[in-house]
Design a binder for this molecule. Structure first.
Ligand SMILES: [Zn+2]
Length: 293
């Protein structure tokens, strides 16, 4: 869950500066190539497009949504307009760079807060690949011995998660119903959307600012559970959550993640020092569009 929040990290000034320097070098060294590329639509240039398979396959969008039952969507390659977005200090500060970028490249008119986070991730990966190359490097440390390592991946090799939705009882409201293993309660929950993620991230930030302990688990339950044993009332749901047994809580958290349409970002890396097989998620951090390419 936290992985997706990393995209909202502010970009440190030194990273931003480095990025600008790289861009300048690229421009001076490859000017002939760059100048042949279409810069905008207004002068009659055609901006090339690509197609992205949505992790959700359009399953969970309601009928009025442009992506209702749409498995594949068309996206434009990034141009100088998108470069302006990803370098805008105002957008960076507000943490909405990725949202604005997705809205800008999608051929369909969509609002970033109305699409599923996994679909957003698939589009961002495609943008990064087409604009700055397929190879993406990031740094991490061995969880056993602490030896730092640099992991290199090819973005084109990331696949969408395969979810067997047949195994779940999906309601007409695109919610899921599961039975908790211990309390045997019938719990209906909804999928995370971008607004839920924003809400939970903000709550966590607020509590940290006030030095309060994290309550991300309670918040997630409160945000995603729609009904308990068919009862949608707020007192019933909060009462259920406050007395939720650990095992049932874990079960529900697993269920949320399990059904979430997403790009599979898992990777493994064997430590050269101790041989430990590290497992992790490809970080979507601040350097996603700014790393050395
Ligand atoms: Zn190690």
């Amino acid at each position: 869950m936290t992985r997706n929040n990393e995209g909202r990290t502010q970009i440190p000034p030194e990273v931003f500066e480095q990025f600008m320097k790289q861009q300048e070098e690229k421009f001076t060294s490859q000017q002939p190539q760059i100048s042949q590329q279409p810069q905008n639509n207004n002068a009659g240039y055609h901006v090339p497009t690509d197609f992205v398979v949505l992790p959700s396959k359009g399953t969970f969008y309601s009928e009025g949504h442009p992506w209702h039952q749409k498995e594949t969507v068309e996206v434009r390659y990034m141009t100088t307009r998108e470069e302006d977005i990803i370098t805008s200090p105002g957008l960076i500060q507000k943490g909405i760079v990725y949202d604005k970028l997705v809205e800008s490249v999608c051929v369909d008119r969509i609002a970033a807060n109305n699409i599923l986070p996994g679909d957003k991730a698939a589009i961002l990966i495609n943008c990064r690949k087409n604009a700055y190359g397929d190879e993406y490097k990031f740094d991490s440390d061995c969880t056993v011995c602490g030896t730092p390592y640099t992991k290199k991946i090819n973005l084109s090799e990331l696949k969408n998660k395969e979810v067997d939705y047949q195994a779940f009882n999906i309601t007409s409201n695109s919610t899921f119903v599961v039975q908790t293993p211990i309390s045997k309660a019938s719990v209906e929950f909804k999928l995370y959307d971008s607004q839920d993620e924003d809400f939970i991230t903000k709550q966590v930030e607020n509590r940290r600012r006030h030095n309060l302990p994290d309550d991300i688990v309670v918040n997630t339950h409160r945000r995603l559970i729609v009904s308990v044993n068919g009862d949608t009332s707020y007192p019933t749901i909060t009462g259920f959550i406050s007395s939720l047994l650990l095992k049932d809580s874990r079960f529900l958290q697993k269920a949320y993640v399990g059904v979430k349409p997403d790009v599979d970002l898992n990777y493994t890396h064997e430590c050269v020092m101790c041989g430990h097989e590290n497992e992790g998620g490809v970080p979507f951090g601040a350097n996603f569009f700014w790393s050395d390419v």
